[in-house]
Write a protein of this length. Sequence first.
Length: 73
Amino acid sequence: MHENKILHHNLQCANIMMSGYCEPRITNFEYSYYMGDKPLIIPTTDNVINWTAPEKIENLVLYKYDTKCEAFR
């Protein structure tokens, strides 16, 4: 996903399914964004706040979001 410059922005257990061969498949790209060469400033949404990296919670309206934020949990 990150190799294709896509940030999921809502990566959580509920959005990972297992294939018939027990391979993980990421689902629900409703909040995903295309990532250029610089971190994005993405507005937060209440339904993903529980999965947000702690260093990004300080400014809840707008914050820089990059691949490191995707692997918080």
